[in-house]
Ligand binder design. Structure first.
Ligand SMILES: O=C(O)CCC(=O)C(=O)O
Ligand SMILES: [Fe+2]
Length: 273
């Protein structure tokens, strides 16, 4: 396995990453880039970070985890599967995980300068699917609390139109990065505190892999955790267990009289058909 990983890493283009800092930036207490500095930092392009085998492994894991709790927007035009849940991503996609990690380390060096190194860990690894009208419309969005974000295109070339990844620059202008993101496997790494958004998808399906790196503990809870250390207190259950848990909680909250009232409703033969 180690030999396979190192062969695949040799083949990917991490050597293209600049090793000189794009901006000398001091970091705040969690190692993130100060907001104003982040806006003038440059997005790093990493062509061919993932190959077709890597992409197939990510899609296979996405399919395996498809019945888990996902984040979806109001009209289901965007959905997110949290591949790092229970370290599934580490177990099923170790080569991809190592490529993402190396990309993040190289980007951190390029973006933050060569001063004190931050020890980066995986905050989340997410599979995003967007269809018509899906995207990330909030122009003020940034990945608060993370140091570096790595975003990889998974969709084949021409698989969707619209859906361009864009950043808001320091002078307020909007920069499109579509041309550098046109082939599957191409990646972008950027200071997480740089504002970015995604134009609405017009046709087709847009799949990307989003990994955030931070200085908190590596997380394996199925969401974009905000708790930097210790056990995450979000309750995580599989989708098919959620209804049972919610029902148990509901009954646990009822006192004896209320319970009796609920049970008598069950017995009520005049209820709706
Ligand atoms: O879809 C993308 O390319 C980026 C998504 C993103 O920035 C986010 O989910 O925080
Ligand atoms: Fe983001």
């Amino acid at each position: 396995m180690a030999a396979t990983i190192s062969r695949q890493l040799d083949a990917c283009n991490l050597s293209d990453m600049p090793d000189k800092p794009a901006t000398e930036a001091s970091a705040d207490s969690h190692g993130t880039m100060p907001f104003s500095t982040a806006q003038s930092s440059a997005v790093q392009y990493i062509p061919s970070l993932l190959d077709s085998e890597d992409i197939a492994a990510v899609f296979a894991l996405g399919a395996e985890m498809s019945d888990e709790l996902q984040w979806v927007n109001f009209d289901h035009s965007s959905a997110v599967t949290y591949l790092h849940r229970g370290d599934m991503f580490g177990q099923r996609c170790p080569v991809v995980k190592e490529k993402l990690r190396l990309a993040a380390v190289a980007a951190e060096r390029a973006l933050y300068g060569n001063g004190k190194r931050r020890k980066l860990t995986f905050r989340c690894v997410e599979l995003h699917r967007s269809t018509r009208n899906g995207g990330l419309p909030e122009k003020e969005h940034y990945d608060r609390g993370s140091v570096v974000t790595v975003d990889v295109r998974l969709s084949p070339e021409g698989a969707f139109s619209g859906g361009e990844f864009r950043t808001v620059e320091a002078d307020g202008s909007v920069k499109g990065h579509g041309a550098s993101f046109a082939q599957p496997g191409n990646a972008m790494a950027f200071a997480s505190h740089k504002r970015h958004h995604v134009a609405p998808v017009e046709t087709g399906e847009r799949f990307v892999l989003v990994a955030e790196f931070w200085t908190g503990e590596a997380r394996v809870c199925g969401h974009r955790c905000t708790q930097r250390r210790g056990l995450c207190d979000a309750m995580l259950v599989r989708a098919d267990e959620a209804q049972a848990v919610a029902t148990d909680c509901f009954f646990a909250l009822l006192d004896a009289d209320a319970l009796e009232a609920v049970h008598s409703l069950d017995d009520d033969s005049s209820g709706c058909e």
